[in-house]
Design a protein around this ligand. Structure first.
Ligand code: SF4
Length: 375
Protein backbone atom coordinates (compact mmCIF):
# COMPACT_ATOMS: atom_id res chain seq x y z
CA UNK A 1 0.00 0.00 0.00
CA UNK A 2 1.28 3.50 -0.85
CA UNK A 3 1.97 5.82 1.99
CA UNK A 4 -0.54 8.56 2.68
CA UNK A 5 0.60 11.64 4.50
CA UNK A 6 -2.02 12.25 7.15
CA UNK A 7 -3.67 15.53 6.15
CA UNK A 8 -3.98 18.40 8.56
CA UNK A 9 -7.13 20.54 8.59
CA UNK A 10 -6.53 23.06 5.83
CA UNK A 11 -5.80 26.68 6.72
CA UNK A 12 -8.47 29.33 6.47
CA UNK A 13 -6.81 32.16 4.62
CA UNK A 14 -7.48 35.65 5.89
CA UNK A 15 -8.17 37.09 2.42
CA UNK A 16 -11.47 38.94 1.99
CA UNK A 17 -13.68 36.44 3.80
CA UNK A 18 -16.12 39.16 4.77
CA UNK A 19 -16.18 41.12 1.53
CA UNK A 20 -19.33 40.79 -0.50
CA UNK A 21 -20.53 42.39 -3.69
CA UNK A 22 -24.28 41.99 -4.15
CA UNK A 23 -25.41 41.61 -7.73
CA UNK A 24 -28.58 40.76 -9.64
CA UNK A 25 -28.06 37.02 -9.19
CA UNK A 26 -27.93 37.38 -5.39
CA UNK A 27 -31.50 38.58 -5.09
CA UNK A 28 -34.78 36.73 -4.75
CA UNK A 29 -37.76 38.20 -6.60
CA UNK A 30 -38.89 39.83 -3.35
CA UNK A 31 -35.46 41.32 -2.68
CA UNK A 32 -35.32 42.57 -6.24
CA UNK A 33 -38.72 44.21 -5.74
CA UNK A 34 -37.39 45.95 -2.62
CA UNK A 35 -34.33 47.09 -4.52
CA UNK A 36 -36.50 48.52 -7.31
CA UNK A 37 -38.60 50.41 -4.76
CA UNK A 38 -35.41 51.79 -3.26
CA UNK A 39 -34.45 53.01 -6.74
CA UNK A 40 -37.88 54.58 -7.28
CA UNK A 41 -39.00 51.95 -9.81
CA UNK A 42 -42.18 49.83 -9.57
CA UNK A 43 -41.74 46.43 -7.91
CA UNK A 44 -43.63 44.65 -10.71
CA UNK A 45 -40.51 45.06 -12.83
CA UNK A 46 -38.87 42.43 -10.62
CA UNK A 47 -40.73 39.62 -12.38
CA UNK A 48 -39.82 41.05 -15.77
CA UNK A 49 -36.17 41.24 -14.76
CA UNK A 50 -36.33 37.68 -13.46
CA UNK A 51 -37.85 36.56 -16.72
CA UNK A 52 -35.04 38.15 -18.69
CA UNK A 53 -32.36 36.86 -16.36
CA UNK A 54 -33.56 33.31 -15.89
CA UNK A 55 -35.66 32.39 -18.93
CA UNK A 56 -33.94 34.36 -21.68
CA UNK A 57 -30.53 34.16 -19.94
CA UNK A 58 -29.88 37.82 -20.75
CA UNK A 59 -26.20 38.68 -20.51
CA UNK A 60 -26.89 42.11 -19.02
CA UNK A 61 -29.57 44.75 -18.39
CA UNK A 62 -29.04 46.10 -21.91
CA UNK A 63 -30.60 42.91 -23.36
CA UNK A 64 -33.89 43.42 -21.49
CA UNK A 65 -36.06 44.91 -24.20
CA UNK A 66 -39.19 45.85 -22.23
CA UNK A 67 -37.23 47.48 -19.40
CA UNK A 68 -36.95 51.28 -19.88
CA UNK A 69 -33.47 52.43 -20.83
CA UNK A 70 -33.37 54.80 -17.84
CA UNK A 71 -34.03 51.90 -15.44
CA UNK A 72 -31.43 49.76 -17.20
CA UNK A 73 -28.89 52.52 -16.58
CA UNK A 74 -29.92 52.99 -12.94
CA UNK A 75 -29.69 49.27 -12.30
CA UNK A 76 -26.30 48.97 -13.98
CA UNK A 77 -25.02 51.73 -11.69
CA UNK A 78 -26.43 50.33 -8.45
CA UNK A 79 -26.76 46.56 -8.86
CA UNK A 80 -24.07 44.85 -10.97
CA UNK A 81 -25.65 42.25 -13.22
CA UNK A 82 -22.79 39.74 -13.04
CA UNK A 83 -20.14 40.04 -10.36
CA UNK A 84 -17.67 37.57 -11.86
CA UNK A 85 -15.73 37.87 -15.13
CA UNK A 86 -15.18 34.90 -17.39
CA UNK A 87 -11.40 34.74 -17.93
CA UNK A 88 -10.93 31.37 -19.61
CA UNK A 89 -13.06 28.83 -21.40
CA UNK A 90 -11.94 25.45 -22.66
CA UNK A 91 -13.78 22.72 -24.51
CA UNK A 92 -12.77 19.13 -25.22
CA UNK A 93 -12.03 18.17 -28.83
CA UNK A 94 -15.31 16.27 -29.11
CA UNK A 95 -17.26 19.20 -27.64
CA UNK A 96 -18.82 17.24 -24.78
CA UNK A 97 -17.18 19.06 -21.86
CA UNK A 98 -16.68 22.78 -21.24
CA UNK A 99 -14.68 24.30 -18.48
CA UNK A 100 -15.31 27.90 -17.45
CA UNK A 101 -12.91 29.88 -15.33
CA UNK A 102 -13.98 33.07 -13.57
CA UNK A 103 -12.30 35.85 -11.70
CA UNK A 104 -14.39 37.31 -8.89
CA UNK A 105 -14.64 41.02 -8.02
CA UNK A 106 -11.91 40.53 -5.40
CA UNK A 107 -9.54 38.61 -7.67
CA UNK A 108 -10.38 35.06 -6.64
CA UNK A 109 -10.48 32.30 -9.26
CA UNK A 110 -13.48 29.98 -9.58
CA UNK A 111 -14.14 27.08 -11.95
CA UNK A 112 -17.25 25.50 -13.40
CA UNK A 113 -17.67 22.45 -15.66
CA UNK A 114 -20.49 21.76 -18.12
CA UNK A 115 -20.82 18.14 -19.24
CA UNK A 116 -22.99 17.23 -22.22
CA UNK A 117 -24.24 13.64 -22.23
CA UNK A 118 -26.59 12.17 -24.84
CA UNK A 119 -29.55 12.30 -22.46
CA UNK A 120 -28.68 15.18 -20.13
CA UNK A 121 -26.53 18.27 -19.65
CA UNK A 122 -25.00 18.67 -16.21
CA UNK A 123 -23.22 21.61 -14.67
CA UNK A 124 -20.79 21.13 -11.80
CA UNK A 125 -20.58 24.36 -9.80
CA UNK A 126 -18.14 25.59 -7.17
CA UNK A 127 -19.40 26.99 -3.89
CA UNK A 128 -16.16 28.19 -2.27
CA UNK A 129 -12.74 29.51 -3.26
CA UNK A 130 -10.56 26.68 -2.01
CA UNK A 131 -11.84 24.40 0.72
CA UNK A 132 -11.21 23.99 4.43
CA UNK A 133 -11.79 20.23 4.47
CA UNK A 134 -8.38 19.48 2.96
CA UNK A 135 -8.89 15.97 1.58
CA UNK A 136 -5.54 14.32 0.97
CA UNK A 137 -6.22 13.65 -2.72
CA UNK A 138 -7.76 17.00 -3.73
CA UNK A 139 -5.97 19.87 -5.48
CA UNK A 140 -8.61 22.34 -4.24
CA UNK A 141 -8.05 21.51 -0.61
CA UNK A 142 -4.27 21.99 -0.86
CA UNK A 143 -4.34 25.73 -0.24
CA UNK A 144 -7.14 25.78 2.30
CA UNK A 145 -10.21 28.00 2.20
CA UNK A 146 -9.98 31.57 0.97
CA UNK A 147 -13.66 32.43 1.12
CA UNK A 148 -17.14 31.10 0.49
CA UNK A 149 -18.97 32.18 -2.63
CA UNK A 150 -22.16 34.19 -2.41
CA UNK A 151 -25.42 32.71 -3.68
CA UNK A 152 -25.17 35.05 -6.67
CA UNK A 153 -21.71 33.80 -7.61
CA UNK A 154 -23.05 30.24 -7.69
CA UNK A 155 -26.18 31.32 -9.57
CA UNK A 156 -24.03 33.03 -12.20
CA UNK A 157 -22.14 29.80 -12.88
CA UNK A 158 -25.47 28.03 -13.37
CA UNK A 159 -27.03 30.64 -15.65
CA UNK A 160 -23.88 30.86 -17.77
CA UNK A 161 -23.92 27.06 -18.15
CA UNK A 162 -27.60 27.17 -19.11
CA UNK A 163 -26.91 29.91 -21.67
CA UNK A 164 -23.97 27.98 -23.10
CA UNK A 165 -26.07 24.79 -23.25
CA UNK A 166 -28.77 26.65 -25.18
CA UNK A 167 -26.16 28.09 -27.53
CA UNK A 168 -25.06 24.58 -28.51
CA UNK A 169 -28.65 23.38 -28.91
CA UNK A 170 -29.04 21.72 -25.52
CA UNK A 171 -30.97 22.32 -22.30
CA UNK A 172 -29.28 22.32 -18.93
CA UNK A 173 -31.00 19.48 -17.06
CA UNK A 174 -28.89 18.64 -14.00
CA UNK A 175 -26.72 20.40 -11.46
CA UNK A 176 -24.16 18.94 -9.08
CA UNK A 177 -22.42 20.88 -6.32
CA UNK A 178 -19.19 18.94 -6.70
CA UNK A 179 -16.78 21.66 -7.78
CA UNK A 180 -14.53 23.55 -5.42
CA UNK A 181 -15.65 23.73 -1.82
CA UNK A 182 -17.86 21.99 0.72
CA UNK A 183 -21.49 23.12 0.13
CA UNK A 184 -22.60 22.29 3.65
CA UNK A 185 -19.89 24.54 5.09
CA UNK A 186 -21.47 27.35 3.05
CA UNK A 187 -24.97 26.29 3.98
CA UNK A 188 -26.91 29.58 3.97
CA UNK A 189 -25.61 30.69 0.56
CA UNK A 190 -26.01 27.18 -0.85
CA UNK A 191 -29.68 27.10 0.16
CA UNK A 192 -30.28 30.64 -1.09
CA UNK A 193 -28.68 29.73 -4.42
CA UNK A 194 -30.86 26.63 -4.72
CA UNK A 195 -34.00 28.57 -3.89
CA UNK A 196 -33.20 31.22 -6.51
CA UNK A 197 -32.66 28.75 -9.36
CA UNK A 198 -35.63 26.66 -8.19
CA UNK A 199 -38.03 29.63 -8.18
CA UNK A 200 -40.80 28.92 -10.75
CA UNK A 201 -40.95 32.65 -11.53
CA UNK A 202 -37.42 32.37 -12.90
CA UNK A 203 -35.28 29.41 -13.89
CA UNK A 204 -37.62 26.81 -12.35
CA UNK A 205 -34.78 24.30 -11.98
CA UNK A 206 -36.23 21.12 -10.47
CA UNK A 207 -34.93 20.22 -7.00
CA UNK A 208 -34.78 16.55 -8.00
CA UNK A 209 -32.20 17.53 -10.61
CA UNK A 210 -29.92 19.16 -8.05
CA UNK A 211 -27.31 17.15 -6.15
CA UNK A 212 -25.63 18.58 -3.06
CA UNK A 213 -22.41 16.83 -2.10
CA UNK A 214 -20.75 16.72 1.28
CA UNK A 215 -17.61 15.32 2.81
CA UNK A 216 -19.73 14.41 5.83
CA UNK A 217 -20.79 17.44 7.88
CA UNK A 218 -23.23 15.51 10.07
CA UNK A 219 -25.30 18.37 11.61
CA UNK A 220 -25.82 19.88 8.18
CA UNK A 221 -26.95 16.56 6.72
CA UNK A 222 -29.64 16.61 9.41
CA UNK A 223 -30.47 20.21 8.51
CA UNK A 224 -30.71 19.32 4.82
CA UNK A 225 -33.16 16.52 5.66
CA UNK A 226 -35.49 19.17 7.10
CA UNK A 227 -35.47 21.32 3.95
CA UNK A 228 -38.72 21.21 2.01
CA UNK A 229 -36.97 20.65 -1.33
CA UNK A 230 -36.46 17.14 -2.72
CA UNK A 231 -32.72 17.51 -3.29
CA UNK A 232 -30.29 14.67 -3.98
CA UNK A 233 -27.50 14.09 -1.50
CA UNK A 234 -24.07 12.72 -2.41
CA UNK A 235 -21.75 11.77 0.43
CA UNK A 236 -18.01 11.53 -0.26
CA UNK A 237 -17.08 8.37 1.59
CA UNK A 238 -13.82 7.22 -0.06
CA UNK A 239 -13.12 4.57 2.62
CA UNK A 240 -15.19 2.13 4.67
CA UNK A 241 -13.40 2.48 8.01
CA UNK A 242 -12.11 5.24 10.26
CA UNK A 243 -8.46 4.30 10.03
CA UNK A 244 -8.33 4.80 6.26
CA UNK A 245 -10.97 7.53 5.97
CA UNK A 246 -9.26 9.54 8.67
CA UNK A 247 -6.15 9.64 6.51
CA UNK A 248 -8.06 10.72 3.39
CA UNK A 249 -10.78 13.02 4.73
CA UNK A 250 -9.62 14.94 7.84
CA UNK A 251 -13.10 15.77 9.14
CA UNK A 252 -13.59 12.06 9.74
CA UNK A 253 -11.93 12.76 13.10
CA UNK A 254 -14.90 14.98 13.99
CA UNK A 255 -17.64 12.85 12.41
CA UNK A 256 -16.43 9.26 12.06
CA UNK A 257 -17.90 6.72 9.65
CA UNK A 258 -20.50 5.38 12.13
CA UNK A 259 -21.82 8.88 12.92
CA UNK A 260 -21.86 9.77 9.24
CA UNK A 261 -23.82 6.65 8.28
CA UNK A 262 -26.24 7.22 11.16
CA UNK A 263 -26.91 10.72 9.75
CA UNK A 264 -27.35 9.21 6.28
CA UNK A 265 -29.87 6.73 7.70
CA UNK A 266 -31.79 9.58 9.35
CA UNK A 267 -31.74 11.46 6.05
CA UNK A 268 -33.08 8.46 4.15
CA UNK A 269 -35.76 7.82 6.79
CA UNK A 270 -36.85 11.46 6.74
CA UNK A 271 -36.80 12.07 2.98
CA UNK A 272 -37.29 8.61 1.50
CA UNK A 273 -34.55 9.54 -0.96
CA UNK A 274 -31.61 7.43 -2.03
CA UNK A 275 -28.14 8.66 -1.12
CA UNK A 276 -25.15 8.46 -3.47
CA UNK A 277 -21.86 7.52 -1.89
CA UNK A 278 -18.92 8.88 -3.86
CA UNK A 279 -15.75 6.82 -3.80
CA UNK A 280 -12.55 8.22 -5.39
CA UNK A 281 -10.59 5.10 -6.26
CA UNK A 282 -6.81 5.36 -5.81
CA UNK A 283 -4.38 2.61 -6.62
CA UNK A 284 -2.80 1.02 -3.57
CA UNK A 285 -4.75 3.27 -1.23
CA UNK A 286 -8.40 2.26 -1.08
CA UNK A 287 -8.92 -0.26 -3.88
CA UNK A 288 -8.01 -3.68 -2.44
CA UNK A 289 -10.42 -6.62 -2.57
CA UNK A 290 -10.67 -6.53 1.24
CA UNK A 291 -11.66 -2.87 1.25
CA UNK A 292 -14.20 -3.43 -1.53
CA UNK A 293 -15.69 -6.26 0.52
CA UNK A 294 -15.75 -4.11 3.66
CA UNK A 295 -17.45 -1.29 1.76
CA UNK A 296 -20.08 -3.64 0.38
CA UNK A 297 -20.79 -5.05 3.84
CA UNK A 298 -20.96 -1.56 5.33
CA UNK A 299 -23.51 -0.25 2.84
CA UNK A 300 -25.66 -3.28 2.06
CA UNK A 301 -29.32 -2.93 2.90
CA UNK A 302 -29.23 0.87 2.67
CA UNK A 303 -31.19 2.91 0.14
CA UNK A 304 -28.05 4.04 -1.66
CA UNK A 305 -25.90 3.92 -4.75
CA UNK A 306 -22.11 3.86 -4.93
CA UNK A 307 -20.32 5.93 -7.56
CA UNK A 308 -16.78 4.66 -8.01
CA UNK A 309 -14.73 7.52 -9.46
CA UNK A 310 -11.30 6.46 -10.72
CA UNK A 311 -8.84 9.05 -9.45
CA UNK A 312 -7.83 11.72 -11.93
CA UNK A 313 -4.06 12.13 -11.60
CA UNK A 314 -3.02 15.59 -10.36
CA UNK A 315 0.54 16.82 -10.92
CA UNK A 316 0.98 18.05 -7.39
CA UNK A 317 -0.37 14.94 -5.63
CA UNK A 318 1.20 11.52 -5.44
CA UNK A 319 -1.81 9.30 -6.09
CA UNK A 320 -2.44 7.00 -9.02
CA UNK A 321 -5.45 5.77 -10.93
CA UNK A 322 -5.94 1.97 -10.83
CA UNK A 323 -6.08 0.01 -14.08
CA UNK A 324 -9.45 -0.58 -15.77
CA UNK A 325 -9.37 -4.22 -14.60
CA UNK A 326 -8.78 -3.15 -11.00
CA UNK A 327 -11.55 -0.57 -11.20
CA UNK A 328 -14.06 -3.06 -12.60
CA UNK A 329 -13.07 -5.67 -10.03
CA UNK A 330 -13.58 -3.23 -7.16
CA UNK A 331 -17.04 -2.26 -8.45
CA UNK A 332 -18.00 -5.93 -8.93
CA UNK A 333 -17.07 -6.84 -5.36
CA UNK A 334 -19.08 -3.93 -3.92
CA UNK A 335 -22.10 -4.72 -6.07
CA UNK A 336 -21.89 -8.43 -5.13
CA UNK A 337 -23.27 -7.30 -1.75
CA UNK A 338 -26.42 -6.04 -3.45
CA UNK A 339 -25.22 -2.43 -3.41
CA UNK A 340 -25.92 -0.70 -6.77
CA UNK A 341 -22.52 0.46 -8.00
CA UNK A 342 -21.50 2.47 -11.06
CA UNK A 343 -18.05 3.42 -12.31
CA UNK A 344 -17.97 7.07 -13.35
CA UNK A 345 -14.95 8.38 -15.20
CA UNK A 346 -14.15 12.09 -14.91
CA UNK A 347 -14.83 14.15 -17.98
CA UNK A 348 -12.38 16.45 -19.73
CA UNK A 349 -9.03 15.27 -18.43
CA UNK A 350 -7.29 16.98 -21.38
CA UNK A 351 -8.75 20.37 -20.41
CA UNK A 352 -7.84 20.07 -16.74
CA UNK A 353 -11.47 19.48 -15.81
CA UNK A 354 -10.67 17.63 -12.61
CA UNK A 355 -11.47 19.65 -9.54
CA UNK A 356 -9.04 22.54 -9.03
CA UNK A 357 -6.72 21.78 -11.94
CA UNK A 358 -7.53 24.54 -14.43
CA UNK A 359 -7.70 27.04 -11.58
CA UNK A 360 -4.24 26.04 -10.36
CA UNK A 361 -2.84 26.34 -13.88
CA UNK A 362 -4.50 29.74 -14.44
CA UNK A 363 -3.25 31.12 -11.15
CA UNK A 364 0.29 30.06 -12.07
CA UNK A 365 0.09 32.02 -15.32
CA UNK A 366 -2.36 34.76 -14.36
CA UNK A 367 -2.11 37.79 -16.59
CA UNK A 368 -0.24 35.93 -19.32
CA UNK A 369 -3.25 34.41 -21.07
CA UNK A 370 -5.52 36.19 -23.53
CA UNK A 371 -9.18 36.77 -22.72
CA UNK A 372 -11.41 34.13 -24.36
CA UNK A 373 -14.77 34.62 -26.02
CA UNK A 374 -17.52 35.24 -23.51
CA UNK A 375 -20.27 32.62 -23.19
S1 SF4 B 1 -12.65 16.80 -2.13
FE1 SF4 B 1 -14.28 18.34 -1.79
S2 SF4 B 1 -14.41 18.48 0.45
FE2 SF4 B 1 -12.43 17.48 0.01
S3 SF4 B 1 -10.93 19.18 -0.06
FE3 SF4 B 1 -11.67 18.83 -2.16
S4 SF4 B 1 -13.35 20.30 -2.44
FE4 SF4 B 1 -13.00 20.09 -0.22
Amino acid sequence: MSEIITPQPAPINPVSRRKRLTGFYDLTVEELGDKLNELGAPAFRAKQLYNWGYEHFAAGYGDMKNIPASLQTTLAESLPFATMTLVDQKVTDNGDTYKLLYETFDGQVVETVLMLYPERATVCVSCQVGCAVGCAFCATGLGGLTRSLSAGEIVQQTVDAARLSRKVGRTLTNLVMMGMGEPLQNYAETMKFINIIHDPRGMNFGARRITVSTSGIVPRIDALAEEPLQLNLAVSLHAPNNELRGRLVPINARWPVQDLLAACDRYIAKTGRRISFEYALMNGINNSDEIADELGRLLRGRLCHVNVIPFNPVEVLDFERPTVQMIDRFAEIVSSHGVPTTVRYSRGVEIDAACGQLRARYEATRGKAGVPPVV
